[in-house]
Ligand binder design. Sequence first.
Ligand SMILES: [Zn+2]
Ligand SMILES: [Zn+2]
Ligand SMILES: [Zn+2]
Length: 424
Amino acid sequence: MTPNPARTREDDSMITPAWRIRDAVDVDMPLIRELFVEEGFTDLTDPTGIRVAATPDNTMLGACRSEQGSDGHWNIRPVVVFDVVQHHGVGASLLRDALKRHPDMYLVSRGEIEPFYLACGFERCSWEEIAPEFQNECAQCADRASCGPIPFKAKDVDLTLTFLGTSSGCGVPAFFCHCPSCEAARENPALRRTCTGVVLRGRGTTLIDTPPDLRAQLVREDVHDIDEVFLTHAHYDHLGGFGELEYLIRLYQDRPMPFHASAPAMNEVFKEFSYMDDIFAIDYLEEFDTRTVSDGLTIQALPLNHCPGAMGYLITSSSGKRTFYAPDTAELKPDVIRLLKGVDNLIMDSTFWGEAGNFKTHHSMQQTIDEGINLLDAGAIYLTHLAPHICEPDENVIDELYAYVKQFEGRVIVAEDGMKVPLS
Ligand SMILES: [Zn+2]
Ligand SMILES: [Zn+2]
Ligand SMILES: [Zn+2]
């Protein structure tokens, strides 16, 4: 039994991919068994842990099983592609999919396939790093000499948060504003700021907020795909670009995108975007709920004083590094302060300069610095959601801010569009 030949690379110009990766189901099992038996895996009982690459008309091109060993590590056991569609990137995309879920991935490969795994982000490791039961399979295998098995583990990848935008609503320059900061940004495009949002990237991509400038921001940062999205709250400067996700999901991904927000925020979103409620896997977040996303990151929703259901997100890497993102918040709640003591990166609302502005819903730049140092003892403090417009006629607030943070010798950082923060 062989599938129809897959479409080839020539089809890459099409917006719809030639194949997509999905969970295996029971009816896939006869074909998967046929594939896996050739690699010596005869132990298949059910589709648990198996992902398949399939064309839009559901022709299976290949399959990959992730299995946890007795040492807790995940292993590829195995990844196999039908002969007729080899060398089209199907195996590589199955591996990318597996690595997003389990960054600490191991495998044992036939010696001759080494170049493929090296190209897919693996490196050789020692046999001791492979779970004993999987080592034994190779040790007892009659084909060991001809197979020449090699143990591999996935290489580490950089895990970063990128600032898509760093201004409050209306940006810098605001089209109607002639404050010194806006006039300077009109003169020099490098000084411009777009509305606040961030993207977390490793092997996977998680978006927090969908600002009105989202499409241009994603193009600027070379983001080609998004796995899931979190929303801090449903104000326009954080939500206005939500519609940009529609065609990514409908045409390209063809599966509901996980979307996480509080119930009040979710209700506001679908009042505005009612025609998009069929393309998201809606996840209502309660205060202090935690979710795990790709690359082993956990994201905890912490309630903020800003508007009903506003959340900040505490992002923790598998190495334990903690980063808190709260672009819009007034005074922090006592329970949140307790959780944030000693946070590694604090990225917080720094809307106003000095005494100007509305502190019932926001922070000033000076307040965030003070709280970051004296209340939370944060390792690094990033100032974002900047609104420099309320100022004296000759006062360039952004210039003043850069001069002011110098006294903190690198611990306080003025966030800029495109700036990256290491998450691990
Ligand atoms: Zn805002
Ligand atoms: Zn807001
Ligand atoms: Zn201005």
